[in-house]
Design a protein around this ligand. Structure first.
Ligand SMILES: NC(=O)c1ccc[n+]([C@@H]2O[C@H](COP(=O)([O-])OP(=O)(O)OC[C@H]3O[C@@H](n4cnc5c(N)ncnc54)[C@H](OP(=O)(O)O)[C@@H]3O)[C@@H](O)[C@H]2O)c1
Length: 314
C-alpha cells in the first residue's frame, strides 16, 4: 500500500447541527455551504477529511458520507479514529469501526487512528486484524507521547505494518512536540506528523476580523489579549506574502514539514488552506514568529485535556 502523502487535511469537528455550531463557533453553517467547501477542496486537490465518531455530536461523519455521495466524490480519503471512551473499551474496535463504515458509506477506511493511548497493545491488535482483512489501509496514533509512539511502532512492526503517522496537537503557540524530540523521531522514521487545531480553534485568526461570539470564544478571550505582539508579527508576514493571518499559522506548520489539519466549513477556508500549504516562509520569518509566540505566553489546553482519560503510568 503506497503511503498517502498529505499536504493539508480538512477537519470536520465543527460540522454538525445548528445548536452545536453556535455553541462551538458562534455560528451555524448551512449544509449547502459545507458542500460548496467540499467542491472547492476537490478543485484545490485537498482530498483528505478527518473525522471521529463524536465530531458534531455524532453528526459530522454522517454528513461526510451523505455529501460525498451527493457530490459523487468516491475518491476522497478518509481519516477516521477509534475513540476508546465511554462504552467503547477493549474489544470494541470492530463495533465502532463498522459504525464508521456505515456512516461514511464505505467498506474500508484509508487511515485509522487510535485516538488515545489507552490499552495500546490490545487496541492496536484489534486494528491489525482489520488491516489484515484489507479494511484499514494505514494505521496511526493520536495524542500519544514519544514513548507511547515507540511502543505502537514496535507492536505494528511485529505484524510488519508501518506506523503511518502521529496526529497530535501542534500550532505556532504549542510547539512542545518539536522541543521534546517527537518531530525529529517522526522524521527519522518516515512517520507523518499531522497537527490538529493549527488555528487554535480560532485564536490564531485575524483579531481585526470580528466574528460572532460563543461560549468557546469567551474562554479564549483572556489568552487572545496576551497575543498582541504575535498578531503584529503575523500581520506583517501576511502582508509580505499577500496572504491572511490564519494562512500564516497554517503555512508555519507546513514549513516545518507538518501536515496541518484545519477545521473548514466554508469554501474560502479550504482555498486558503490549500494555498497556505504551498507558501514558503523564510527562516527569518519563522524565527520571528516563534520568538513572538514564545513571548506571548498564551496557554491553551490542547491535548492535555485528553490525558485525564489515560490511566497514569506506574
Ligand atoms: N486527534 C485529535 O484528538 C483531535 C482533536 C481536536 C481536533 N482534531 C482535528 O483537527 C481539526 C482542526 O481543529 P478544530 O476544527 O478544532 O480547530 P482549528 O482548525 O484550529 O480552528 C477552527 C476555527 O478556525 C476558523 N477558520 C478555519 N479556517 C479559517 C480561515 N481560513 N480564516 C479564518 N478562520 C478560519 C474556523 O472558522 P468557522 O468558525 O468559520 O468555521 C473555526 O472557528 C478538527 O476539525 C479535527 O478534525 C483532532
Amino acid at each position: 500500500m503506497d503511503k498517502i502523502n498529505a499536504k493539508a487535511v480538512i477537519g470536520t469537528n465543527s460540522w454538525g447541527g445548528r445548536a452545536y455550531g453556535k455553541a462551538l463557533r458562534g455560528s451555524y453553517v448551512e449544509d449547502s455551504v459545507i458542500k460548496e467547501a467540499m467542491c472547492e477542496a476537490r478543485e484545490q486537490g485537498l482530498m483528505i477529511y478527518d473525522i471521529a465518531r463524536d465530531y458534531g455530536l455524532g453528526k459530522a461523519q454522517k454528513m461526510l458520507g451523505e455529501f460525498a455521495d451527493e457530490l459523487d466524490m468516491d475518491d476522497i480519503i478518509i481519516s477516521a479514529k477509534y475513540t476508546p471512551l465511554s462504552r467503547y473499551r477493549k474489544g470494541c474496535v470492530r463495533r465502532s469501526f463498522e459504525k464508521d463504515l456505515a456512516d461514511v458509506h464505505r467498506d474500508y477506511i484509508d487511515i485509522y487512528w487510535l485516538h488515545l493511548p489507552t490499552d495500546i497493545e490490545q487496541h492496536l491488535e484489534e486494528m491489525i486484524g482489520l488491516y489484515n482483512e484489507g479494511k484499514i489501509k494505514h494505521i496511526g496514533v493520536s495524542n500519544f507521547d514519544l514513548e507511547e509512539c515507540k511502543l505502537a511502532k514496535n507492536i505494528l512492526g511485529k505484524a510488519e505494518i508501518p506506523l503511518y503517522g502521529v496526529q497530535n496537537h501542534y500550532s505556532l503557540i504549542s510547539r512542545e512536540w518539536e522541543k521534546n524530540g517527537m518531530l525529529g523521531w517522526c522524521r527519522e522514521n518516515g512517520i507523518s506528523f499531522w497537527a490538529w487545531a493549527v488555528l487554535e480553534e480560532g485564536m490564531l485568526t485575524d483579531p481585526r476580523v470580528k466574528t460572532k461570539s460563543s461560549p468557546m470564544k469567551f474562554f479564549m478571550a483572556p489568552q487572545k489579549r496576551k497575543m498582541h505582539g504575535l498578531y503584529r508579527v503575523m500581520i506583517a508576514v501576511a502582508k509580505r506574502h499577500c496572504i491572511t493571518v490564519p494562512q500564516v499559522a497554517e503555512a508555519y506548520c507546513a514549513n516545518k514539514g507538518i501536515v496541518p489539519i484545519c477545521g473548514c466549513r466554508k469554501p474560502t477556508q479550504v482555498k486558503e488552506l490549500a494555498q497556505a500549504a504551498d507558501i514558503k516562509l523564510t527562516s527569518g520569518e519563522m524565527r520571528r514568529l516563534e520568538k513572538a509566540a514564545d513571548k506571548s505566553s498564551a496557554t491553551v489546553l490542547g491535548a492535555d485535556i485528553f490525558r485525564i482519560f489515560v490511566p497514569r503510568k506506574r
